[in-house]
Design a protein around this ligand. Sequence first.
Ligand code: FES
Length: 166
Amino acid sequence: MVETELDFATIQALIASNASKVEALIDSYVDKKEQLISLLQDIQAEFNYLPQDVLIRISQKLDIPLSQVFSVATFFKAFSLKPRGRHTVTICLGTACHVRGGQRLVDKMALSYGLKPGDTSQDERFTLETANCLGCCALGPVVVIDGKYESQVTPDKLDKILKKYE
Ligand code: FES
């Protein structure tokens, strides 16, 4: 079962439980509006994504147009407007990795975890992404998990590797 977004009540509870921390964080940037990217990084570190309610709050408290906040939040690939898993799995589908079986790894993620690229597992364990080339083609197919490169990955090897990540 796959869910790409937490339900509304869960998100509200998550934000409410961190409300004072979020407010204090935003307050610390009141005189540093030009450091919006840095604030968004801090928010993402707190929630693992950028909740829309928090972006609205940033706009209100820092008096920055909401369109500008969303523009920055959507421009950088490092930011996510959707809840993300505790671990990010990136499968390379560049030409070299593709011919060596990269697509079989994507198929394995669908089969074993019910995930397609862009999805986050319901238990928030994994977010699956794909890339066009990760710069180490000779090692393909390549998978990167939380920044750690795994080379010559087969579907069975991927299964074994992912078991180490809870
Ligand atoms: S094609 Fe996969 S690392 Fe280059």
